[in-house]
Design a protein around this ligand. Structure first.
Ligand code: SAH
Ligand code: SF4
Ligand code: F3S
Length: 444
């Protein structure tokens, strides 16, 4: 179909945005659009944006400026996602070559808004739609091995640093049956690993079913081998949810459990709604129920008022818990969030925040390295995801979410193999494929 219109999409931010981009591409495919890999000459260019930190927004603003060079006179440029929601019409004023600004709940209107833009209209569509789950959209998945399945949109927590409640609106859950249906369809396409998505995914509740019900229902879809979810909130790990994780075979032994800080007083100012002790207790309950559980986390340094003692408590927790890995961030003040109303004198200088971040990264890396060195020689089932960037090796993943590079060719993508961990860079592994009974030729 040489003359079908083309769309190029660039995605920033979290998995929720990756998933939304797949939904948008799916919707546009129904309207005859063909996805292309480069912006040059595309009829529609979409930039799906993130607003979580100022740095993320600056990067996207720069990119939007740059994209101008890749546009034909007739190209429609749309900015979608969280920054679109946050800035709305301000974005149209700021960048005259942007035609459309669409927030996360407005993608149903994408085809018609593109038409309006063709007729010269410039539109900002940023209202929330609490019923919108895009049930009738068929995601156009970019990855053929692993799939994102959104189960919840928005967030009802109000962590004082966070822009997400503003950009994604109130929390709402999809009906369990719809999630199970999408899981079935996804498995039927040959995908055996899925990740359930939500900002506080374990607070999932569709009015009848909670997250424990969801894990059990999705986990019993025939053919599904690996079930993951991100990100849970420590306060929503009920006994029921932990029990469902432990008893649902497909649920992987890995939890990404954002801690944000290891200091109870900082956590209080962040309005995270748990203390250092409660976080520790949550980890203990998870570890007791799921032996060998891998734990990763998110940590923010330099939150307003963070003292050296409070930061030291974070470092202490990092070594005490023994995270398998952590994403670490410098606090970024977001317009309109409660943290911006804290006393000016509480601001942590960039210098101090950078220095703390550097120390935190060292602590995290050294912890990861120690754990990973201890894993050498172990055998793990891996799912082959893709060719590694180095080209000659395959990138595979354990149930614990470790990356293992193994020898092999493209035909092995999507297969499950047993790998022995033979080396580690400290963060990723190299491995050797171990023949399993299933992989051996049948005995005569
Ligand atoms: N809903 C998820 C987090 C989504 S945002 C949760 O509650 O765990 C991903 C991460 O970005 C957060 O966990 C936090 O560590 C970081 N983050 C969010 N807002 C931030 C800000 N204003 N400055 C720095 N980091 C931030
Ligand atoms: Fe943001 Fe907190 Fe909601 Fe996570 S739980 S999205 S950090 S407000
Ligand atoms: Fe960014 Fe929005 Fe996700 S702000 S982190 S893309 S929910």
């Amino acid at each position: 179909m040489a003359d079908s219109p083309t769309v190029y999409i660039e995605t920033y931010g979290c998995q929720m945005n990756v998933s939304d981009s797949e939904l948008m591409l799916g919707r546009l495919a129904e309207y005859g659009y063909r996805a292309v890999d480069v912006p040059d000459g595309a009829d529609v260019i979409l930039v799906n944006t993130c607003a979580i930190r100022d740095h993320a927004e600056q990067r996207v603003l720069g990119r939007i400026g740059e994209l101008k060079r890749h546009m034909k006179a007739s190209t429609v440029l749309g900015v979608t996602g969280c920054m679109a929601q946050r800035l709305g019409p301000r974005l149209l004023e700021r960048a005259k070559h942007v035609d459309l600004v669409i927030g996360p709940d407005g993608y149903r209107a994408l085809p018609s808004l593109i038409e309006s833009a063709r007729n010269g209209e410039r539109v900002a569509k940023v209202d929330f739609d609490l019923e919108e789950h895009y049930e009738d959209f068929r995601a156009r998945r970019v990855d053929g091995v692993s799939a994102w399945i959104p189960v919840q949109r928005g967030c009802d927590y109000k962590c004082t640093y966070c822009i997400v409640p503003t950009t994604r609106g109130p929390e709402r859950s999809r009906a369990l049956d719809d999630v199970v249906r999408e899981t079935r369809e996804t498995v039927a396409e040959g995908i055996t690993e899925i990740t359930l998505l939500g900002q506080t995914v374990n607070s999932y509740n569709d009015g009848t079913n909670d997250f424990a019900d969801l894990l059990q229902a999705v986990g019993s879809v025939p053919g599904l081998r690996r079930l993951r979810f991100t990100s849970p909130h420590p306060n929503d790990f009920s006994e029921r949810v932990i029990e469902a994780m432990a008893t649902t075979g497909a649920v992987c032994e890995h939890v990404h459990l954002p801690m944000q800080s290891g200091s109870s007083t900082t956590l209080k100012r962040m309005l995270r709604r748990y203390s250092r002790e409660e976080y520790r207790e949550c980890v203990a309950r998870l570890r007791a129920a799921i032996p060998g559980l891998a734990l990763t986390t998110d940590i923010i340094v330099g939150f307003p008022g963070e003292t050296e003692e409070e930061f030291a408590e974070t470092l202490e927790m990092v070594s005490e818990i023994g995270f398998d890995d952590a994403f670490t961030f410098k606090f970024s003040a977001r317009e309109g969030t409660p943290a911006t109303r804290l006393p000016e004198s509480w601001t942590i200088s960039d210098e101090v925040a950078s220095e703390r971040l550097a120390r935190l990264i060292l602590a995290v890396r050294s912890g990861t390295r120690t754990i990973n060195l201890g894993m050498l020689g172990e055998r793990h089932e891996v799912l082959v995801e893709k060719l590694s960037r180095r080209g000659t090796l395959l990138q595979a993943r354990t149930r614990h979410h470790r990356t293992v590079l193994i020898p092999g060719d493209e035909s092995m993508i999507g297969r499950y193999l047993m790998a022995e961990l033979t080396g580690t860079t400290g963060s990723t592994f190299t491995g050797a494929v171990v023949p399993t009974r299933a992989a051996l030729p049948m005995a005569g």
